[in-house]
Design a protein around this ligand. Sequence first.
Ligand SMILES: C[C@@]1(CC(=O)O)c2cc3[nH]c(cc4nc(cc5[nH]c(cc(n2)[C@H]1CCC(=O)O)[C@@](C)(CC(=O)O)[C@@H]5CCC(=O)O)C(CC(=O)O)=C4CCC(=O)O)c(CCC(=O)O)c3CC(=O)O
Ligand SMILES: NC(=O)C1=CN([C@@H]2O[C@H](COP(=O)(O)OP(=O)(O)OC[C@H]3O[C@@H](n4cnc5c(N)ncnc54)[C@H](O)[C@@H]3O)[C@@H](O)[C@H]2O)C=CC1
Length: 319
Amino acid sequence: MSASREAAGPVPLPADTTTHGLPSSSTSEEYPDIQQGASLLLALRLQDRPILLIGGGVVASQRLYFLLESGAHITIVSPSPLDPSISYRISDPNTSPQITWHDRPYLGREDSIKVTEYDLVMTAIDNNPLSQEVCEMCREKRVMVNVADIPPQCDFYFGAQLRKGPLQILISTGGLGPRAGAMIRDIIRNALPENIEESVEGVGLLRSELRKRAPGVGGQRGQERMDWMKELCDVWGLAQMERFRDEQVRKYVLDEGWEKKKMVAPSEVKQGQRKTTAEIWEQVKHFGHTQWAAGLGGFGAGMAVATVATIYLTRNAAR
Ligand SMILES: C[C@@]1(CC(=O)O)c2cc3[nH]c(cc4nc(cc5[nH]c(cc(n2)[C@H]1CCC(=O)O)[C@@](C)(CC(=O)O)[C@@H]5CCC(=O)O)C(CC(=O)O)=C4CCC(=O)O)c(CCC(=O)O)c3CC(=O)O
Ligand SMILES: NC(=O)C1=CN([C@@H]2O[C@H](COP(=O)(O)OP(=O)(O)OC[C@H]3O[C@@H](n4cnc5c(N)ncnc54)[C@H](O)[C@@H]3O)[C@@H](O)[C@H]2O)C=CC1
């Protein structure tokens, strides 16, 4: 079997297999060979989790950036001077509550800060023996550790990253070629559709509304929800999914599709289903005299909405 990891990717399930059940029969040809040596790629959810970062140079500054974006609480132990971007984050009121800085060297086993107090530990220091020591301390206590200067000792690696709002992509070369990984990331960035972020946002909004209409976990209902969602994604395609950001489009798709156990195609849903400027004006005209004072405020807001909607429609039409 070739070494391509794609071979182990979206392999079609055998006909007698469901996503929930076990196969009734299996042969080794039906399943891809296991090729060990891979990393397990996950998306860690670190909001408010305590993380220990030892070191305050360039590599630590990159670690800090991604940790801040994950919402973690980071304890930095590193003597001054810090990399300027770390100093900036420590003094910036937007990020300072997420950081505790100890302006001193870390002392390894003798240090009062213990690795067991943290969910993850990272070193980014120019001190190989200390990294080794931290690594051993973590291993003993089963705390996951990344030591930037000793890749073979790491429990997890970083990778070249790409973020577009809710969409995140990480490239790992398993430690072989970090720069090559970054170059591959740039190819992917250039290949992504321009509206990919909006598409992911749109489908996220639709899924959350569907879950409100059809709550519950698992069972028949859950399966119906997933089957409908899968088909809807396939029928609409990534490029059209951005339209789900429009409340009216979501409502139509859920009313006419989900509720009636049907599939709604993108061509069926007209953007005209949202309120036009004329309709908003019509609504305003129907206000009674006593309502005018309040109505004018509403009209102002209505015009703002209509303007935004017009810009939105024009943008969509241009695509
Ligand atoms: C194992 C790993 C550990 C980990 O960090 O978890 C690791 C280790 C080491 N990196 C080294 C060197 C460089 N690292 C970069 C850049 C990045 N390195 C990153 C990740 C990783 N680096 C992990 C594996 C990633 C994977 O599997 O693909 C990136 C992707 C993400 C990040 O750091 O957050 C970030 C790019 C981010 C971006 O551009 O967006 C560059 C290029 C540059 O700086 O532009 C160079 C110089 C050129 C080169 O060597 O390629 C050295 C040698 C030090 C020395 O020689 O002294 C070691 C140690 C060793 O290999 O022994
Ligand atoms: N992306 C990656 O994974 C990369 C990893 N590296 C490795 O990462 C290490 C760090 O690289 P840089 O940040 O460029 O180095 P750097 O020299 O800019 O920073 C080292 C930092 O460690 C601090 N430090 C030293 N001893 C310390 C102690 N006992 N306690 C706390 N802090 C201490 C220093 O004060 C300094 O802030 C290097 O050893 C290198 O091998 C290098 C390049 C890329």
